[in-house]
Design a protein around this ligand. Structure first.
Ligand SMILES: Nc1nc2c(ncn2[C@@H]2O[C@H](COP(=O)(O)OP(=O)(O)OP(=O)(O)O)[C@@H](O)[C@H]2O)c(=O)[nH]1
Length: 300
């Protein structure tokens, strides 16, 4: 069994709940619910790895529960095993077609339930790992461009509907080609990792999001900040990188590795769209480089 996994048992029959708890609690954390509404509350506030439910697919409540789980972007990946008193072939097909990973009929053998739970937890663990690997940058371990795109699309919608400002920053390490030439590509890699972690510390303190955007550029997404707060945040990012004290003898502007930042704040004109926002931040970053300014900001 996958140690530390959290299994949610949803069954209206108290005896079944006890049997399932006894079967699984040796290897997993088990939470018991006697109805689907209580189960949805548990799922909303806890990390659940697998659900075992006795839903009856001929009843609307049963199909609705499974449908809700499979339609929500936060729960669709939780494997669901149906344990049903119906041994009808069509109910089994329906359950599997609606997204359940397995269908066990009552009366069930605890050992079979245990074995199947073990298989589905192991598969879930592997798919979680794949999902993680597909979303992080291999060098810096920051979120990658794929995760950035998903996060930004969500934040854009949220900020637009709640009338909060959305801040998008492009952060570039100055004279990095020269740094690579001096320290070698491996030395450049080490520098990238250190800068990434320094930025991550500052941005996470502000509940923001930082990803590796491309090459030596990072992208920061934050919300609800005004121009002054953005300036303070940029100062903290500059300080964090400069305090790493990574010598950069080839830089004409600083004895140590430094960064430049191009920023867009969108607070009025969301009709511009995300692509335009990136164009603004990129333009601001070019202006920061050209004028040797630490940060250039565009307000929309
Ligand atoms: N070590 C290392 N270098 C990289 C990586 N990705 C991109 N680079 C290098 O980073 C350098 C980026 O150079 P540029 O951004 O074009 O130019 P720059 O020297 O930083 O000049 P300014 O942007 O004007 O400050 C290039 O030489 C790339 O080959 C990486 O993952 N590791």
């Amino acid at each position: 069994m996958v140690s530390g996994a959290h299994v949610l048992v949803v069954d209206s029959d108290p005896l079944n709940r006890v049997v399932l708890e006894n079967t699984l609690s040796e290897d997993c954390q088990v939470t018991l619910c006697d109805n689907s509404d209580a189960a949805l509350q548990v799922i909303a506030t806890n990390n659940v790895d697998l659900i075992i439910t006795d839903i009856t697919l001929r009843e609307r409540g049963g199909t609705l529960f499974l449908q809700k789980l499979k339609e929500s972007p936060t729960t669709y990946m939780i494997p669901v095993i149906i344990i049903s008193s119906s041994n009808s072939y069509s109910d089994e097909v329906k359950g599997l077609q609606m997204g359940a990973v397995d269908y066990i009929t009552k009366p069930f053998s605890p050992l079979i339930v245990k074995a199947r739970v073990k298989i589905h937890l192991a598969l879930k663990q592997k798919s979680d790992l794949l999902e993680k690997l597909a979303s992080i940058d291999g060098l810096t371990e920051l979120p990658n461009r794929r995760l950035l795109d998903t996060h930004l699309a969500q934040q854009w919608q949220l900020c637009q509907s709640t009338q909060q400002s959305l801040v998008l920053m492009l952060v570039d390490i100055d004279y990095f080609k020269a740094y690579n030439d001096l320290h070698g590509y491996a030395g450049g890699d080490e520098c990238l990792v250190k800068v990434a972690h320094a930025l991550e510390l500052v941005i996470h303190q502000q509940q923001g999001f930082v990803a590796r955007y491309d090459g030596v550029r990072f992208c920061v997404v934050a919300k609800g900040l005004n121009s002054q707060q953005v300036e303070l945040l940029c100062d903290s990012m500059h300080d964090a990188v400069e305090q790493l004290l990574l010598p950069h003898k080839a830089s004409p502007i600083c004895a140590h590795v430094s960064i430049s930042i191009g920023t867009t704040i969108v607070s009025k004109d969301y009709s511009l769209g995300i692509a335009h926002c990136f164009k603004d931040a990129d333009g601001a970053l070019c202006a920061a480089h050209a004028n040797q300014e630490r940060m250039v900001m565009v307000n929309r």
